[in-house]
Design a protein around this ligand. Structure first.
Ligand code: SF4
Ligand SMILES: [Zn+2]
Length: 495
């Protein structure tokens, strides 16, 4: 029987605290009338921002905010990339279809580059053009299309969400950020805000990685953006800035600026529409002035003063300004835990002379946790020291396939794959069975999505470990000598 494994790598959805459930007015066009923001919550956020931080981080007045919005939006109107989800959302009048088009793109874009997503998005929307189509797909089909995008729970949750909308919400996507986040699986604060603003015109700000970078630079925020207080300030700033007439476009513009101008390493400040309001840029210019030219008593607030080390938005005194980084001094890199190390023993159990062609045993992972519901070579988590590895693996194999000849189990090499929080070393074994092997479930190896996502996999074999790294390879290449390339499709249970 299948054993549940430790759930790892999952992203826990934050619950909202707001009790607001009012549906906002829907729009028939992304540029039409905005909905009314939740005034009370917004005022509270602004009060928090203003009461607790230095004026250095705030916009001077509403005129400055207006200049920021207008500059950013007119830049966006000229420079925005023509992306399939934008075209689809802009041309769609049906609100649920429009929300679906945005939802799919936002989920795919989490942790994944635009260039990679385009092709997946196009295939997805061709295969499942509506929420109803997605709701009736199988998880197997969803995983298959998702293969290579990584973070597989995203696809599964997207489908769960579609099923919920179709089965429980009358086919209608919730119309506000608050209800989206509360009712839909896998929809967190960012995704909810993006769908609500882009598809429904709700005036709600969003903060993703690009926006964090832009806002930290624009406001000169040097503290760790993953810190709760800093994150609250960033959401509050985003809410303050979002354009009430074009909230969806504004949010996309802020993200677009981060993606193509205010990039992580080499931002193009000379092409930036908000350069005149950017604290990071001002700081760079000031640092470049010879000391004799710095103007004392400048009319602008040019520093967060006094910097006693108490300010929660300043860079810590232990991390002084680095001249060589320029504006890229912001945002401060979040302190990241190194991935936890795990070890797994896995086996390609092969039946080379099975009737109809060679067969291999693939088994399905549990429906929760890492790579949930995907197919894999049977594997078992083992002690990294390597002790009892063979025994544990053999036991796992026998659970699936019945008694096996232990002496045929050969160690082939190892594959290291880094997931978001786990560095997993697979000790790879092979075992070839005679033609009349016990009954076991088989599945065609080439259909497995697991190997194709191995952009970050490093492969080594006992004979190649001393050689230079063979670079990025996928599991099926690693096993090619063992797999006939013209193997027929083998699904279901075979004898
Ligand atoms: S001026 Fe430079 S650092 Fe500031 S927002 Fe624009 S691109 Fe980013
Ligand atoms: Zn400060």
């Amino acid at each position: 029987m299948k054993k549940p494994r430790a759930a790892v790598g999952g992203r826990r959805r934050k619950q909202t605290s707001s009790g607001e459930e009012r549906e906002k007015h829907a729009l028939s066009s992304s540029q039409a009338r905005p909905t009314i923001p939740d005034g009370q919550a917004r005022r509270q956020e602004e009060v928090v921002l203003q009461a607790s931080v230095s004026p250095y981080y705030q916009f001077r007045d509403t005129a400055e905010v207006t200049v920021f919005r207008e500059s950013l939006l007119s830049w966006y109107d000229q420079k925005k990339r023509d992306l399939p989800w934008r075209r689809r959302a802009e041309g769609e009048v049906d609100l649920d279809r429009r929300a679906y088009a945005v939802w799919v793109s936002e989920v795919m874009l989490q942790q994944t580059q635009v260039a990679t997503v385009i092709d997946y998005y196009t295939r997805w929307m061709q295969k499942w053009p509506t929420l109803q189509d997605l709701a009736s797909a199988s998880l197997e089909e969803v995983n298959q299309l998702w293969a290579g995008l990584g973070y597989y729970s995203r696809g599964r949750r997207l489908q769960e969400g579609a099923r919920k909308v179709v089965g429980e919400l009358g086919g209608h996507v919730p119309r506000t950020a608050e209800t989206l986040q509360r009712l839909l699986p896998g929809v967190g604060r960012y995704t909810a805000g993006a769908i609500a603003s882009i598809a429904f015109g709700q005036v709600t700000g969003v903060v993703d990685g690009n926006v964090v970078r832009v806002l930290c630079r624009v406001r000169g925020i040097g503290a760790d953006p993953s810190n709760t207080f800093v994150s609250q300030q960033l959401w509050s700033l985003a809410q303050q800035l979002v354009d009430p007439a074009r909230p969806g476009d504004f949010n996309q513009a802020a993200m677009e600026l981060g993606a193509i101008v205010c990039t992580p390493q080499h931002p193009h400040c000379s092409q930036c529409p908000v350069q005149s309001l950017c604290r990071a840029h001002q700081r760079v210019e000031r640092e470049q002035l010879p000391a004799s030219q710095s103007l004392p008593g400048s009319p602008d607030v040019e520093e967060c003063a006094p910097n006693t080390g108490q300010c929660q938005l300043c860079a810590p005194p232990t991390e002084p300004w680095d001249q060589t980084l320029g504006v890229a001094n912001f945002p401060r890199k979040a302190s990241r835990k190194p991935p936890r190390e795990e070890c797994s023993a896995t086996c390609v159990l092969e039946q080379p002379r099975a009737p109809g062609g060679a067969r291999i045993l693939l088994v399905q992972r549990p429906n929760s946790g890492l790579l949930a519901g995907l197919w894999e070579f049977p594997s078992v988590t083992v002690d990294p020291s390597g002790r009892h590895q063979r025994k544990a693996l053999l036991q796992e194999l026998q659970n699936w396939a019945g008694p096996l000849p232990a002496t045929h189990l050969h160690h082939l090499g190892q594959v290291v794959h880094t997931f978001s929080h786990i560095k997993l070393t697979y000790q790879v074994y092979g075992l070839a069975l005679e033609a009349q092997a016990p009954v076991f479930r088989v599945y065609e190896g080439q259909q497995s999505g697991t190997g194709k996502s191995s952009k970050r996999s490093q492969v080594s074999t006992p004979s190649s470990r001393k050689k230079p790294s063979p670079g990025q390879q996928v599991l099926d290449r690693f096993f090619r000598p063992h797999l006939p390339t013209d193997a027929p499709r083998l699904n279901g249970v075979a004898q």
